[in-house]
Design a protein around this ligand. Structure first.
Ligand code: NDP
Ligand code: OXD
Length: 308
């Protein structure tokens, strides 16, 4: 029995080192190196090339190296007999809380505007917002969304949350799926922390932006295909949206020709809101690997029928 690591971005050695230092008794292989296929029972993956899973006849579980699992569902070789797990990790949660909070403050204090003024040696004070001027609406109140909502609320922001099912979180007004419009009409800083599913693909579009108060701001840290890029640009150009901070894109790295790069009101980061730390995450993979081996229920298992 062994674990196969499948990712193509040069970070596999960091993960292998974390296994070596925390669980040297477990056999782990890099997909890019020769390995005995019949020994593999767990695949630990991040944006794996599609079509591989069916080559591993003893494979029982596909584990995401991150919180999201959309790229596993998109792989036609993933089938319903396989188990799927994802990462729920305290470090991933605090990193996301901090990133979204930093973006909220950068927007509120107009820091991006000063950054661009610097390139013109322009000394000019601009009006800025205060907490009382802002209502932050978080789409997706799961592990990351609810923790981020709480962190912002604890700092005195007015926070709303929207999710499939209604949540009870102290200090936060929550809305269930059917109440999307009520949630949007009160939100002027929209944060997307939804999983990417057929239901949420393209959800950040012109029609949704038009339901926000005029001049709303978007912080998008979920998945690229949630956002219809042309709709955002048009909504900014018309003044319906006042700008956006975007961390995730349908194709990553973002094409150098993308109009987002040159747009003065769009602020781009390279999918870095919250990055899985192998040192932190490997412990839960080891627990799950041992559970798999002893036929116990897995932690952080994804409901493959629900799709997230
Ligand atoms: P969870 O599965 O814990 O939470 C998902 C939330 O979205 C739940 O509240 C769920 O509702 C809600 N939801 C799902 N579908 C719908 C829908 N159709 N309509 C309304 N609400 C819906 O996920 P996490 O919080 O752990 O992660 C969220 C996403 O963040 C990941 O899938 C990933 O794409 C992204 N991410 C991005 C990172 C980055 O660096 N940019 C880093 C890590 C994650 P309910 O609670 O009712 O089920
Ligand atoms: C994740 C991510 O899903 O980094 O963990 O996007």
């Amino acid at each position: 029995m062994a674990i196969l690591l499948i990712r193509q971005d040069g970070k596999t050695s960091q993960w292998l080192n974390a296994f070596k230092s925390q669980a040297s008794q477990i056999e782990c292989f890099d997909y890019n190196e020769p390995h005995p296929k019949e020994t593999i029972t767990m695949a630990l993956v991040w944006k794996q090339p599609h079509g591989l899973f069916e080559q591993y006849k003893n494979l029982k579980c596909v584990a995401s190296m991150g919180a999201g699992v959309d790229f596993i569902f998109e792989d036609p070789s993933f089938h319903q007999e396989l188990l799927m797990t994802r990462v729920v990790d305290p470090l991933l949660i605090t990193d996301m809380e901090e990133f979204v909070t930093a973006q909220v403050y950068a927007y509120m204090k107009g820091l991006y505007q000063y950054h661009s003024q610097q390139s013109f040696s322009l000394w000019q004070q601009n009006p800025y917002l205060r907490k009382k001027d802002i209502t932050i609406g978080i789409m997706g109140m799961g592990v990351l969304g609810s923790a981020t909502a709480k962190a912002l609320s604890d700092q005195g922001f007015n926070v709303l949350g929207w999710s499939n099912s209604k949540k009870q979180i102290e200090g936060i007004t929550t809305y269930e799926k059917v109440d999307l419009d009520l949630f949007l009409e009160k939100t002027n800083v929209l944060v997307c922390l939804l999983p990417l599913t057929p239901d949420t693909n393209g959800i950040l579009n012109e029609s949704l932006f038009s339901k926000l108060p005029r001049g709303a701001y978007l912080i998008h840290v979920a998945r690229g295909p949630h956002l219809v890029g042309e709709d955002l640009i048009q909504s900014i150009d018309k003044g319906q949206m006042c700008g956006a901070a975007i961390d995730v894109f349908p194709t990553e790295p973002l094409d150098t020709k993308s109009p987002f790069w040159g747009h003065s009101k769009i602020h781009i980061t390279p999918h870095c809101a919250s990055i899985s730390s192998p040192e932190s995450v490997v412990a839960q993979i080891v627990v799950n690997y041992n559970r798999l081996t002893s036929h116990q229920p897995l932690l952080n298992q994804v409901d493959t029928l629900k799709g997230y």
